[in-house]
Design a protein around this ligand. Sequence first.
Ligand code: GDP
Length: 426
Amino acid sequence: MVRAIVGASFGDEGKGKITDMLAKDSDIVVRFQGGSNAGHTIVNNYGKFALHLLPSGVFYDHITNVIGNGVALNVPYFIKEIKSLTDRNVPAPHIFVSDRAQLLMPYHILLDTYEEERLAGKSFGSTRSGIAPFYSDKYAKIGIQVSELFDEDLLREKVERICELKNVMLEHFYHKPLLVKEELLSELHSYRDMIEPYVRDTSAYLCDAIKAGKNILLEGQLGALKDTDHGIYPMVTSSSTLAGYGSIGAGIPPYSITDITAVVKAYSSAVGAGAFVSEIFGEEAEELRKRGGDGGEYGATTGRPRRVGWLDTISIRYGCRVQGATEAAFTVLDVLGYLDEIPVCTAYEIDGMTTTEFPAACVLEHAKPVYTVLPGWKCDIRGIKRYEDLPENCRRYIEFVEQEIDTPIKLISNGPGRDDIIIRGE
Ligand code: GDP
């Protein structure tokens, strides 16, 4: 059985925790897109960890973790992240890396940084991890596959071509130091030696595992609204964040993905620029930001304060639809316990018209939120284990949202820890 766990909005919905929790019963956890440009926060018996590139199954000895072909693989970062776990007494995780994954190179990070500097105030809010240049190169067919590291002649030829192309930009456009062929080649040799023990045909491995009836989790990074095609373009990421891409980025049949859990946070947050209809500001925002998540709403990778707002069921219903969600996990609900009343954005007003459809990004810029206000529950719900034991107004909030987003809410997360979870129907 293959389950995808994906974000219904901008990311930071708490996918790390849900994946970590569901991973317990899985055999394999797979990253299928993105790179180390975002993070998952996981709190477990070893402590609190922010994972950026490693799949969330790395804390379990019975799980094999896979970095799929769709991922942007920063090799030194990968090795560093494994070390950051073993340094804190986590046993060395079982990990395979796809022989078809491509390498995120230092020049991708440099080009990302130079471009952000050049655009200054008009930038796309990149985390400068090299993701956009990496995926551009992949589709321009000048990327480097992991398997190519083991073919010296091919590698030399490739390095030559890359240097020729990149140096034109570096010299004439950015006026920055040039790439040096021999340096690049020796960098690639060091990557080859570091990654060799992990390399495998992971698509074949996963297809065999599916045939053998193993439980596989596909772990999405960011969320539906950051998807290159269906998100708020151009304020999106450069890989697909949708469950459907799990098939491509892991190399498994599309029909093998039978369960799609969209993670939905009980309020909204976003990093970087872009339309955010239900955003709130001032003291009201500061209060939510401070109380939010586990220790405040600040980016796991960048430390940037996140923009916050009320739940927007128009965008979430859309997010669940493009994800193909078969169920939702509703997270960080405990944080809202301080509110007398909770506004939920249930429609948009665009140029004097009210709509409940999520429009294309350039239209979304003109949308104003229309709120439905629900009563708060005014107490701490952490520690509650059964749905029936939640305060009535809390259940009303959940059931209202469930109806608005047109997706059954099966899991409710009421705290950052592994056990802070309510499974509906149990
Ligand atoms: P991800 O990228 O989707 O995994 O999200 P992040 O890990 O960046 O952000 C989620 C934050 O919320 C982390 O700090 C989690 O520890 C925390 N978190 C997850 N679920 C809950 C919850 O139910 N309640 C609270 N208070 N915090 C949570």
